[in-house]
Design a protein around this ligand. Sequence first.
Ligand code: GUN
Ligand code: ZN
Length: 431
Amino acid sequence: MNRIAIHADLLDFDAEPTLDDPRSGAVRWRPDHWLLIEQERIEAIQADPPGEDWQRIDHRGRWLMPGFIDTHVHSPQIDVIASWGTELLDWLETYTFPAEARHADPAFAAAGAATFLDALLAHGTTSAAVFPTVHAASAEALFAGAQQRGMRLLTGKVLMDRHAPENLRDDVAGARAECERLIERWHGRGRNAYAVTPRFAATSSPEQLAMAGQLVQRHAGVYMQTHVAENRAEVAWVAKLFPEARSYLDVYARHWLLGSRSILAHGIWLDDEDRTRLRDAGAQIAFCPSSNLFLGSGLFGWREARERGMTVSLASDVGGGTSLSMLRTMADGYKVQAMAGTRLSAWALLHTATRGAAQALGLGHEIGTLAPGMLADLCVWAPAVGAVARHRDALARELHERVFAWVTLGDERNLIETWVAGRRLFSHASA
Ligand code: GUN
Ligand code: ZN
């Protein structure tokens, strides 16, 4: 029987911190504790060592946290991460579409999915909402790979029936049939959930968006993921394509695509009416700071979102984003918000990438915190790697200062181990 006890400094949250208070009481810091795993779940958390029948793992001085949740990332785009010189629409044409076309080959898609999922784990991300490609086989490969690893994954074939190269276009009837088949086969199997995935308003006809809305309405529990209001040229194009819509967001609302399981990436160019609408729907915006900086898309207004009661999660958006590391994503998030005068606390950032995302996805009972009964999706982190980070860590006077330095200076090199549902799937030692 799998009975494992990890000895470490435990860090998670039992409430939502405000955006900018380093002294927030929401953080739960349990130094020098034992986290007990039985089979796939957390059995107990205690200050005293367990009995001899528990296999002990010594990570004293290291931080044990819930695995990160990346709410928006594109699996095939690790092939084009760090591509030079374009904004969104050019970037799609020049780099992304050609790369995605290669996933028409199921063997290529399967190999790509495996590489991608292992890369997530090697960056400390144990759950994700993922865009594969328009090919059903690419979604199939992600679902199968996630099931093999025991990971919590949300994905679904990308819908795209116009304004894309011929070899990346589907059609309404064919796409509906493929989605139905994938939902039947994978939704709720293992820890997989289906996400209806219209790429963005510009690449789906009104008929396809209507079909996507029907899928969401007819299949209880499926998610919906897309992009919204990322780039100014994109926003202008969508306004031309859908002149009847009040705003870009309204295109999705009109097609019944906004609900509590909707994840919309970016949301930079929204207005207050859009924000209120997102709040009322219970939908979330996935803030993708690294991508927004790299593609020059704009600065997302987290404070305005918060003031309207909107839910915000944090995402890498690789390959528009330049790292799968949620630490780097947080550090970029801090800098983007600093441009608008908001100084996010390490707690706000870390909460958003763990408990906050779990709750926003309706998965707070399963992931995002360290508590008995939760699935054991965990990461062990070194607080500091390298001479400068170690120097800075040694000078830090209190926990927030240490964790903020870790967020700002750290990345996947700080990761020691990743556990998924009670199994150690990544170890720094064997990397
Ligand atoms: N909008 C439509 N497709 C994409 C994509 O692949 N990446 C980003 N960042 N934005 C998009
Ligand atoms: Zn994206």
